[in-house]
Design a protein around this ligand. Structure first.
Ligand SMILES: [Zn+2]
Length: 129
């Protein structure tokens, strides 16, 4: 399998580089879509448009990746369900990895990392427990 970057993914990254986190919404069935794609995975329409999500979500699953302290220490990789109903993979920052648990409420933030914009999450108020 070859790794291909489609035009729509490049467009998404360019928006992120500009500090803007967007997802797609289908103009036909109105459902939200992420990761960016050309056709709606729900109904097949090609009527996807960019929308700005609220940015709030809930940790669905989390893995702690072990890393030497001198390399920055442990970090987490989380699957996060946005309130808009899409799931994405990211990292929760500013919290001890052991404290990132399923159900934790998080908020999206665009950060710069190695000259590139990345999507990260911070802890938000009001855990869904
Ligand atoms: Zn659709």
């Amino acid at each position: 399998m070859t790794e291909q970057t489609t035009g729509i993914e490049i467009a998404w990254q360019q928006k992120l580089d500009g500090g803007e986190f967007v997802i797609q919404q289908c103009g036909e069935c109105k459902r939200h879509v992420f990761f960016p794609r050309e056709l709606c995975p729900h109904c097949g329409a090609d009527a996807l448009g960019w929308v700005a999500p609220v940015g709030l979500g809930t940790v669905y699953a989390v893995t702690t990746v072990r890393r030497a302290a001198e390399a920055g220490g442990d970090y987490n990789v989380s699957l996060i369900d946005l309130d808009e109903g899409v799931r994405l993979m990211s990292r929760v920052e500013g919290v001890d990895p052991a404290e990132v648990t399923i159900g934790l409420r998080v908020k999206a933030r665009v950060a710069k990392q190695d000259e590139r914009a990345v999507l990260l999450f911070d802890r938000a108020e009001g855990d869904a427990r």
